[in-house]
Structures are given as structure tokens and as C-alpha cells.
Design a protein around this ligand. Structure first.
Ligand code: AMP
Ligand code: GLY
Length: 425
């Protein structure tokens, strides 16, 4: 099989490495890919959001399967376009990807089908939103832009002034464009967060092993929100009992709700959960693999991922036994100093070969090849990932490798997995 993967970050690199293990795959292509991915797949300079360009590329290389990994092309209907042109795909169609593409849609879905989530109200004008926040007078409060916002569309203001400023930025200054035409204002929840990615063919849902993201830029969960500074799997807060409750109250009801709405979801559905004192609640849905969750989940997958993709296409997922390794996995992101704000690019990366060790994989996110040298090309540069017999071993191995890799102004959190370790002890 010839497989085309759409995207160019660490998540896509982890997907490609897993696809490469399949005996059914003879060739892997990626667009646009990145410096590191180019060692594992043939990269084509087509943007991940260019629907016509990706369809043309799939034709040019006669792709047998196209895996669309990022949110924007899924929400924009890339899978629909590929299917219309006769290509097999992995990823939901646009009418199902809306579960991530519109927070108003997902909140209304949860309310209608009784799926536990934070209480909320939707507003289409700033003065009503502010009047509601004033009247509630509960801080922190949570403000979410309706549409996609590069993972930055959630504000958690501590004061009325900050809430007013946030509403103005989203709804009047339109810092996220049309994504801010509507906002969701919701109750602030507390509790450990868990990421659960799940395979679904629309008939059954098979959750993958759990993980924990670390979204803030600095140690101790300080600093700005980022795309994710590191992950561990499994997430110790996600016990078998919690998993059973989530399956019954959240995962199955969500799949059924989407079917009832005529929006069958096929692909990887990401449940962002908070384990509140009142039970697990949905913080967000994503219509895709998480980044950097994928980097710690897929290394634990023992089943051929192509068999899973095919079972989803054939709607026979319930017949497939998906196997996972008992090992723990940790991923430490090496970021450009300054991320998630501004940072330089084009800095040479050295020491990658020194980081090599049994069970360690360095997934590339923001890297590029410049005159055969590997240089930085984004905020999140590398995801240094290690498997270990337990979480401590995985973390030790990941940090040991991460410390041997260098580029100017390299930044990583030193406390990835510490909260999880405390929960185990
Ligand atoms: P999201 O972009 O939806 O993943 O939200 C970013 C982060 O904001 C989440 O990972 C949570 O830590 C936090 N968050 C979102 N919604 C809530 C909520 N209702 N209560 C508390 N924290 C939240
Ligand atoms: N790591 C969070 C996400 O992929 O949205």
C-alpha cells in the first residue's frame, strides 16, 4: 500500500513511524512533512489545508489510503473531497469534524444528549456575554471562541475586567476571525485532566490507552497555554473504574448522539476530560489525534495500525482486538525559547545522534533541512519520547536523551510527568 499522511508535526511523525511498521505498507508520502519526517517518508510541498492540492497529490502518487491528521483540513472537508475522488481515507467527514470545529455545536450536542460537561451559555454579541458574566459573578470563568483558533481560543479570566477584555478581543477585535462570532461562556471546573483518544467506526468505540498533556509553557503549570509541552501515558488518574464510567456516560453516548444527528463519526475522536468531584466531564472534543498525545500513545500500540484504519473503513472495528503494551511512555517537547510567543527559526540542531538509545524516539515537529543540516522551523521543535517499564524509567530515558540534543535557546519543562508520579505514589 501507498499511504499519504497530511500534516507536518510531531503527531504526523509518530503516525508515520507506526504506519511504517505495517507489513502492508510499501511507501509513505507526507505533505508538507518536516525535516525529520523526510527521513521516513517522501515529503511533498503541499500545504495541509490545500484541499485541491492534496487531492491532486493523491492522484499523482496513486495513494491507496490518505490519513488526514490536523483539525483544519478535516473541518474544511478534505476527507469528503478525497472520498468524492475515490480515495480511501482515515479521518472524519466535515459534518462530523464539526464536533471540534464548533464549540457551540459540541456544547449543544452534550446538553441535548445528557453528556456530562460544564454548564454554559452561548452568546452572539459582546454586551450580552458581559452582562451574563457580571450577573453570575463567579471567577475564574471560562470563555471559548466557537470556532478553531489554533488551540488558543480558550480564556480563563480571573476578574471581570479580564473577562471584558477577553470578550472584546474575541468578539470585537476578532483576534480569531470568524471563529469569534459566537462565544461559549462556561463554568470553571476543577480536577485532573485526562486525554483519551478513541478509534471509532461509528458503530463501536475503542478507546486507546490514556494520556496526560502539560499545556502550560513553564514548570508548575505556569506561563502561557501552548499546544502541549509534554505527555505521559498511561494517566494514573484514569483508573479502570473511571474508564468504565467514561465509556458508559461519555464515549458511547457521544458516538450514538453523532449518529442520531446524521453525523456519523469515523476516525479518531479525542476526549479531553476533567475528573471533577462530580464525576468525569468533557472539556473538549477534538476530531483527530492529539499532539503531543499521539507521541506517547502510538508507541504503545501493538496492533497493525493499517488493520485498524481498514476496520474503521469497513465498519468492522468491533471484530478487531486492539493490543497495547504495558509499558509507560513519556514525551518531552523541546521548544524554541520564546514559544508560544515569538521565537527565531533556522537555528542548527545538534546532538540528535547522541540521544539515541533503546526505546527512545525523537519525533520531529518544527524542523527543516537546510543544506543537509537540521534546523529549527517552529515553536515546538522535537518530541523526545521514551518507553520504560514504568513512568519513572520512561521519564529518565526521555530527559537523558533530551539533554543531549541542543539548539540555541532550547526550552523544555523539567517537570513533565511529576504530577502523574505523585498520583502513583
Ligand atoms: P481547550 O483548548 O478546550 O483544550 O482548553 C484549554 C485548557 O483550558 C484545557 O486543557 C483546560 O485546562 C482549560 N479549560 C477548558 N475548559 C475549562 C473549564 N470549563 N474549566 C476549567 N478549565 C477549563
Ligand atoms: N494536545 C492537545 C491537542 O492536541 O489538542
Amino acid at each position: 500500500m501507498k499511504v499519504l499522511v497530511v500534516g507536518g508535526g510531531g503527531r504526523e511523525h509518530a503516525l508515520i513511524r507506526k504506519i511504517k511498521e505495517s507489513s502492508k505498507v510499501s511507501e509513505i508520502a507526507c505533505c508538507p512533512g518536516n525535516g525529520g519526517i523526510s527521513y521516513d517518508a517522501k515529503c511533498y510541498p503541499v500545504s495541509a489545508t490545500d484541499i485541491d492540492g492534496v487531492v491532486a497529490l493523491a492522484k499523482e502518487i496513486s495513494a491507496d489510503l490518505v490519513v488526514v491528521a490536523p483539525d483544519d483540513p478535516l473541518v474544511a472537508g478534505m476527507v469528503d473531497a478525497l472520498n468524492e475522488n475515490g480515495f480511501k481515507t482515515f479521518g472524519p467527514k466535515a459534518n462530523a469534524a464539526i464536533i471540534e470545529g464548533s464549540k457551540v455545536f459540541s456544547k449543544n450536542l452534550m446538553l441535548k444528549y445528557n453528556i456530562p460537561t460544564a454548564e454554559y451559555k452561548v452568546f452572539n454579541n459582546p454586551s450580552d456575554a458581559i452582562a451574563y458574566i457580571k450577573e453570575k459573578n463567579e471567577f475564574p470563568t471560562v470563555i471559548k471562541a466557537d470556532g478553531l483558533a489554533l488551540g488558543k481560543g480558550v480564556l480563563i479570566p480571573e476578574t471581570l475586567e479580564d473577562a471584558e477584555a477577553g470578550i472584546k478581543e474575541i468578539m470585537e477585535d476578532k483576534i480569531f476571525g470568524a471563529s469569534g462570532n459566537n462565544v461559549v461562556v462556561e463554568e470553571f471546573l476543577t480536577g485532573p485532566e485526562v486525554s483519551v483518544l478513541a478509534f471509532t467506526d461509528g458503530k463501536c468505540v475503542k478507546p486507546m490507552v490514556s494520556s496526560m498533556d502539560h499545556k502550560r509553557a513553564l514548570d508548575g503549570d505556569k506561563g502561557l497555554n501552548t499546544g502541549g509541552m509534554g505527555t505521559v501515558s498511561p494517566n494514573p488518574y484514569y483508573t479502570d473504574e473511571v474508564a468504565r464510567e467514561c465509556m458508559e456516560k461519555i464515549f458511547i453516548p457521544t458516538i450514538e448522539a453523532m449518529n442520531k444527528e446524521g453525523r456519523t463519526f469515523k476516525g479518531c475522536l479525542y476526549f479531553g476530560l476533567m475528573l471533577t468531584p462530580k464525576g468525569p466531564k468533557v472539556i473538549e472534543y477534538n476530531c483527530r489525534f492529539g499532539d503531543p498525545e499521539t507521541q506517547v500513545v502510538l508507541p504503545r500500540l501493538k496492533t497493525d495500525i493499517i488493520d485498524i484504519f481498514e476496520a474503521i473503513n469497513n465498519e468492522t472495528l468491533s471484530d478487531l482486538d486492539i493490543e497495547w503494551s504495558d509499558e509507560a511512555c513519556a514525551c518531552v517537547i523541546l521548544a524554541s525559547g520564546g514559544y508560544p510567543k515569538s521565537y527565531p527559526k533556522g537555528l542548527e540542531i545538534t546532538g540528535l545522534e547522541n540521544g539515541q538509545a533503546q526505546g527512545v524516539t525523537v519525533y520531529h515537529a518544527g524542523t527543516a533541512l537546510k543544506e543537509e543540516k537540521l534546523v529549527t522551523a517552529g515553536g515546538r521543535v522535537l518530541g523526545v519520547t521514551a518507553l520504560g517499564a514504568d513512568l519513572q524509567e520512561a521519564l529518565d530515558k526521555a530527559y537523558c536523551a533530551a539533554d543531549k540534543i541542543n539548539f540555541e535557546n532550547k526550552h523544555c519543562r523539567r517537570d513533565i510527568g511529576q504530577r502523574a508520579l505523585k498520583a502513583i505514589k
